[in-house]
Design a binder for this molecule. Structure first.
Ligand code: PLP
Length: 434
């Protein structure tokens, strides 16, 4: 719980130290050094007054694991710390985190502007599922920040983008986009899944809220679903005046105003006390434990992922059966300069390339590789491959697919941490066969 959170103060420690330690301490009763998996649904109250103050949100503590759990709380504090944020709320998946973030912000009839270069599932969630909440989305081409501003209307309540976009190797110029959001007094929400706080910290560039699918590089081993919503603590809800759910009395909590009572972690409290309470997409304690363990090697893994991705991208760029490679680590990429600015340690390990021969050649390639696993995920220690047009992006129209960087010839890789030479040999053999 965020009563004693001072992430800024603890940032005197280096990233690797914080990845290993932030939010965790030896268990006070047993001395257990690893964070225990608190596999419990509920927590005993000290007495009736304690119970009442917990329910009134007057005391921080544990009531019921839909809202709070000690294992999940360690992960929440670690993520807030690594992102340089004020508070975090974990969720059962990245999509649940996105739902929770918007649930705390939007009223029926509200809209938000989103980059059109997003994870395919996010485009579907925003266009179809969110409509049932009465929320509308307007997509903008992120290659020019001005496009975000042009899409803003009177009902627009947020801007959403992936700083490093899935799948296409596109990087959004965060600083001017954050300035546009600030000018319109609406929060900039950044999905930082593919970069992770090791490669990029959106709060340093003016973002107000960061969301994650912790399923990917944060947990890192392809074994735990999860998501997180993290707030910078800097957005001024009262000055904006556009967010009644933050600034108006909440009838379910005796008229408390979240932004007033909880100040710079009011958004996290709202997201937990109302979003998690009423929608219920809670992260499981076991998944929190696996993700905490994964994050302890985040800095080592991301450095290896990025080095391998660069080597594989350079190999593909020189291969005669490859039409193009969209990796911002290549000098030929139109996003190379933005990568140097926002992701100086490397532009991640997920990127696309075009195979000559279109749809058929793409399908053949994913069926021929041996070391790369053909599946719909990214951010695993293992190298992964997929043909988006026939899988993740098949629900979209042909035009949407093209716009999202998922045309018929496109192959997406998530480069793992195996030996780079082996990955290159595997892809080379499959390209020769395709
Ligand atoms: C996977 C992913 C999501 C969705 O996360 P889930 O954990 O699968 O729900 C959202 N954004 C990005 C960039 C992703 O890669």
């Amino acid at each position: 719980m965020p009563d004693d959170r001072t992430p800024r103060a603890r940032e005197k420690h280096g990233f690797a130290t914080r990845a290993v330690h932030a939010g965790a301490a030896p268990d006070p009763t047993t001395g257990a050094r690893a964070t225990p998996i608190h596999q419990t649904t509920a927590y005993v109250f000290e007495d009736a007054d304690h119970a009442a103050s917990l329910f009134n949100l007057q005391t921080f503590g544990y009531i019921y694991s839909r809202l709070t759990n000690p294992t999940v709380a360690v992960l929440e504090e670690r993520l807030a710390n690594l992102e340089g944020g004020r508070g975090a709320v974990c969720a059962s998946s990245g999509h649940a985190a996105q739902l929770l973030a918007f649930f705390s912000l939007l009223e029926p009839g509200d809209r938000f502007v989103a980059s059109r270069n997003l994870y395919g599932g996010s485009i579907t969630q925003f266009m179809h599922a969110f409509r049932k909440f009465g929320w509308g989305v307007d997509f903008a081409d992120p290659s020019d920040p001005a496009n975000f501003e042009a899409a803003i209307g009177p009902k627009t309540k947020a801007i959403f983008c992936e700083v490093l976009a899935n799948p296409g190797g596109v990087i959004v110029d965060l600083e001017p986009v954050a300035a546009i959001a600030a000018k319109h007094k609406i929060p900039l929400i950044v999905d930082n899944t593919l970069a992770t706080p090791f490669l990029c910290r959106p709060f340093d560039w003016g973002a107000d809220i960061v969301v994650h699918s912790t399923t990917k590089f944060l947990s890192g081993h392809g074994n735990a679903m999860g998501g997180a919503v993290i707030e910078s603590g800097r957005f001024d809800w009262f000055a904006s005046g556009k967010f009644p759910s933050m600034t108006e009395p909440d009838p379910a909590y005796h008229g408390l105003k979240f932004a007033e009572t909880f100040g710079d972690f009011g958004f996290s409290m709202k997201t937990r006390a109302v979003g998690l309470r009423d929608l219920g997409p809670t992260m499981a304690p076991l998944n929190a434990f696996l993700t905490i363990t994964g994050i302890e090697t985040l800095h080592l893994r991301m450095a290896a992922h990025v080095a391998n991705a660069q080597a594989v991208a350079e190999f593909l760029a020189a291969h005669p059966k490859v039409a193009w490679v969209s990796y911002a680590g290549l000098k030929s990429s139109p996003y190379h300069a933005l990568a140097k600015k926002y992701l100086p340690k490397g532009p991640g390990a997920v990127f696309t390339f075009g195979v000559k021969g279109g749809y058929e050649a793409g399908v053949k390639l994913v069926e021929t590789v041996e070391l790369f696993s053909h599946l719909a995920n990214v951010g695993d220690t293992r190298s992964l491959i997929i043909h988006p047009a026939s899988t993740t992006h098949r629900q979209l129209t042909e035009e949407q697919r093209a716009r999202a960087g998922a045309g018929p010839e496109v192959i997406r890789l998530s480069v793992g941490i195996e030996s780079a030479d082996d990955l290159i040999r595997d892809l080379g053999a499959a390209l020769d066969a395709a």
